[in-house]
Design a protein around this ligand. Sequence first.
Ligand code: DX5
Ligand code: ZN
Length: 221
Amino acid sequence: IKMIKVAPSILSADYVNLQKSIEEVDKAGAEVLHIDIMDGMFVPSISYGPNWVKAIRPITNMELDCHLMIENPERYIDVFAKNGADLIGVHVEATQHIHRALQMIKNHGVKAEVVINPGTPVSLIEPILYMVDQVLVMTVNPGFGGQKFIPETIEKIAELNKLRNEKENLNFEIEIDGGVNDKTVVKAYEAGANVAVAGSYVFDAPDPAERINAIKKATDF
Ligand code: DX5
Ligand code: ZN
């Protein structure tokens, strides 16, 4: 079966009943749990920190995908790795030293991801693509849930897909994040996306499991 992997973002979950929300999406077959870390500097919002990863780690076997929206993320890589992250994503726009940041992640034996904002070209990350397990193509400007998918980002997914098909040393998955639902996911999947983050579409629904299935069904071709 093909189908995209689904990564519900707990940014839109019910924080006082977080365990219930996590168990619900876990049961529904979500492969990945997306954890959005916002520092109030790189993005306007402040969300939650590494202690949340520590608290969540024992209650699920889903892959914990930590999306660091933090200035100079190098400062926090160690603690996220120690607290149980399976994958750590760093924005190329947030550090002067993306190569070093990715090296730090890999040294912990954690999957390394580079993230690009909608205004950032693929060419900027080409020199480090050989290092990463995943590229996250932001399909909205980071900082808030519930925004509208930016269709122009599809071109960058296609470009990354082409690069990984052409070059033998490239072996990454492509993740999309922002404004994802059962409609917007289709073109992104066709262009080569492997993992779909979905926050409000999943957690603002009465039945999150139904929404996870809808994304999977939409990409079952
Ligand atoms: C945005 C975050 C996203 C967010 C997506 O800054 O990176 O992960 O939770 O929310 P939706 O799916 O509602 O656009
Ligand atoms: Zn995110």
